[in-house]
Design a protein around this ligand. Sequence first.
Ligand SMILES: [Zn+2]
Length: 511
Amino acid sequence: MKRATSYEEYLAAIESIKKQDKTTWFSAGEKALTADEQKLDSYMKKKRDALLGEKKYIYDAYSPALMFHKAKTDIMNNDLFDIFKRMPQGGNLHIHTGAAWNTEKFTEMLASNPNVYVYWDPDNAFQRTIPDGKLFLFSTRPDNPHCYNYQQIARLNSKIFIESKKRLTFIDPRVDDIEYIWGGFNDYFTSISSILKVRSIYKDYYVAAFKYQYQNGNDYIEIRAGISALKENNDDEQPRNDELTGTPAKPMIYSATPPECLTLLKEAYLTAKREGCPDLKVKAIVAPSRRTSQNFDEDITNAIAILKQTPAWQQALKDDDGSEFIVGFDLVSEEDINHKTDDYAKEIIKANSKVDFFFHDGESNWVDNDNIHSAWALGTRRIGHGINLYNFPTLLKKIREEDICLEICPISNQMLRYTKDLRIHPVAQFMQQGVQCAICSDDPQIFETAGIYYDLWEVYHGAMIDLRDIKKLIKNSYIYSAMSPREKAVKLAAWEVKWQKYIRDMQPLIK
Ligand SMILES: [Zn+2]
C-alpha cells in the first residue's frame, strides 16, 4: 500500500478493504432485513454497544471473554437474553446421546425411582474406573456401603446428593482445573453410562430430552447416537465390597439387526412428537467412540457396511413418515489423544458404504492434527467443530467451495478449553471467509444450556454479527441437515412463518 496523501484517500483505502471482505462474508447472498427486522437488529446492536460501553476496557468482564460457567448468570440477566431465548432457533445439528437433556430434570426423574443408587466413596483411589457419582438401577439394595439410595439422599438433600449432582455438570468449580477437563468430561459419561442402559430409563430420558429441546426452540435435531446393549437393570454391574468394579459391560458389536437402543431412540422421538411436539423431527447419526480400541475395527467395518444396506436396518430405522431416521456415521471423543481418523480410513474406504459421514474432526488447536483432512478426503457431508481449520488455508478454500458446513459449538469449545475467549473463536474467521456454519450445543446437559440460544448469544456478542447473520446460521441448520430436499423445504417454510411471528412479537418489547 502506498502511503495515503490525504485523509480522504486513507479513509477510502480502509473502506475498500472492508468492502472486499464483505463480499466473501458467509451471509452475503441473503436478502436484506425487513423494516421490522431492522428495528430488532438496531435494538440488539444498541444493547450490545451499551454492554460493550460498560465492559470493553475491563479485562475479563465481557461475558464472551469469560468462561461460560462464570458468565451464565450475567447472560441470563442481559437485556438480549429473552430475545435469543424466544427465537425460533431452527435445528441443532450436533448434540449427543447421554448429554441431551437437563441435569435438574434428569436427577428429579431419578429421585422419583426407589431403585436408583449412586456410588460415592471419597477414599476411592480408582476414580477413573468408577467415578463418585456413578448411577445405577438395582432391583434390590446392593451389599455395598458406598452405594446410596438416590431417593433417600434426595429427600434429605444430603451432601452426597448435592455433590453427586454437581458432578453431572460443568458448573462444578473443578472445571477451573485444566487437568480435570477431559477427565471430568469422560467421568460424566461414565457416571450415566450404566443407568442409561436400563430400558425404562433410556426411553423416558429421550422422550423428555427431545421435548425439552423442542420447548427450548429447536424443532429439528440430529443426535449423535452411541450404541449400547440395553438391559432391565444394572444388577450385573453391582460394585462388590472386595473390588471396585462390577462386570464390565460387553462391547456392542454391530449386527444385521439394528440394536434395540436405536429403535427405542426412534420410539422416544415419535412419543415426544405425539405428546406436544407436533412438528418435531429427529434424525440420528451413529457415533461410536474413537477412544475404544477393543473390537473397534470390527465395529466400524460392520457399522458402515450395514447401516444403509441391510433391509432390517432400513425398515426399522425409518421415520413414520417414510423418511430416514438413521442418516449417517461419525467417530467421537477427544481427538488429540485417541485414534486418528486416518487409523480407520482404510476400513472406511474398503467398506465402500453408501452411508453419509458427519465426522467430528478438527476439535483441536494443534497444527499437526490433520483429522480434518481425513474427514474431507473421506467425503464428509459436514464437519463437527473444525476448529483447527484456521491452520489450513487450502483445505479451508476446498471446504468453502465444496459447501461443507461446520457445526460450531462455541460454549463446548470454550468449556473444553479450545477457545477460552469467544471473541477470538475462529467462527468469526470462517464466516468472514465464506465457510458455511451452523450453531450447535454439543452437550447441553453438561454445560447447562438449552436449545442453542446461549450459543447464539455468545456468537452474537463474541463475533459481532448481526440479525441477518443469525438468520443465516439458523437457516443453515436446515439447509445443511441430512433431511431430504422435500423435508428441508417443509421445515424452512414452517420456520419462515415462526420467524415472522417472532419478529412481530418482539416489536412491543423493543420500543
Ligand atoms: Zn460433539
